[in-house]
Ligand binder design. Structure first.
Ligand SMILES: [Cu+2]
Length: 285
């Protein structure tokens, strides 16, 4: 599906993003087909009915061709109906929520950081496993590849917005209780297709340090993710308390995927320009 040309659409790293890309590409192709037809008819008319020597001063005046008018009312209606159908089915796919997601994370936004808690987990202290950012540390939201992940969004103060550019998805995070919780607007799901680091950002101007409100999604293959969750629920002999995100990743020692600190502050490569070294140079903080 996703093998259609992208026509400028950025490369997403979720199943949902691939579906949106397919919709964009198919729409683009349909628009091109219509465009070529219209341009063709225009240039054909220019050529065939151009003014010639001896042409009358004014063209022959005609009006009210009922069959023709019916045709050019019906065709656009059909086109709009087709676009509408695929818009709705794509949206439904992107917003669909399975009954039993594999992982559920509670995302709490606050001025000016993020807290990610894994529902149903329990660390050595009997608390839910969670990762919170600090003034000098970007929080890592570690997630598995190829699993259904559900996100529960909630803010402690003002309106924020949970945005991972590589997900091609963004949703406002409201203080509870608020309109966003109506109709489960605080929840969405996706499935990540590619391991790696993805930058996450707050996309709703929320005050003085809004621009610092970043996080990183670290997508790990399912077995590494299981190992990560195990460690987060185990006492770290070095500190006597459960492994932190950084300590667990260090312990796993799986190379770049297990870097204990955020490794990217740059969103997906749209390939609109050539790849640059600068993209990855941002470093940890
Ligand atoms: Cu914010």
């Amino acid at each position: 599906m996703a093998s259609l040309p992208r026509f400028g659409w950025p490369e997403g790293k979720t199943l949902q993003g691939e579906r949106m890309q397919w919709f964009w590409s198919a729409t683009f192709i349909a628009a091109l087909v219509v465009g070529v037809l219209v341009w063709g008819l225009m240039f054909w008319s220019f050529a065939v009915y151009r003014k010639r020597k001896g042409s009358p001063l004014y063209p022959k005046q005609t009006k009210e061709n009922l069959p023709l008018e019916l045709v050019y009312t019906a065709i656009p209606l059909v086109m709009v109906a087709v676009l509408f159908y695929f818009t709705v089915t794509t949206e439904n796919y992107v917003l669909k929520r399975k009954e039993n997601p594999d992982v559920t994370v509670a995302v709490t936004a606050f001025k000016w950081n993020w807290d990610f808690a894994y529902e149903g987990s329990k660390n050595a202290e009997g608390e839910e496993v969670h990762t919170v950012g600090t003034t000098d540390e970007i929080p890592l939201l570690v997630l598995p590849v190829g699993k259904t992940i559900e996100y529960h969004l909630q803010s402690k103060d003002v309106i924020h917005s949970f945005w991972v550019p590589d997900f091609l998805f963004k949703r406002d995070v409201f203080p509870f209780p608020d309109a966003n919780q109506v109709d489960n607007g605080d929840k969405f799901q996706n499935e990540i297709t590619e391991a790696g680091a993805m930058v996450g950002r707050c996309a709703e101007l929320c005050g003085q340090y809004h621009s610092m409100m970043q996080f990183e999604v670290r997508a790990l293959p399912a077995d590494l993710f299981a190992q990560y969750m195990d460690l987060r629920q185990t006492k770290n002999p070095a500190t006597g308390v459960s492994y932190t995100a950084a300590a667990a990743l260090t312990e796993m020692n799986c190379g770049e995927l297990c870097a204990p600190q955020a490794t990217t502050t740059y969103p997906m490569d749209t390939k609109r320009e050539s790849k640059s070294e600068i993209l990855r140079e941002g470093g940890a903080n």
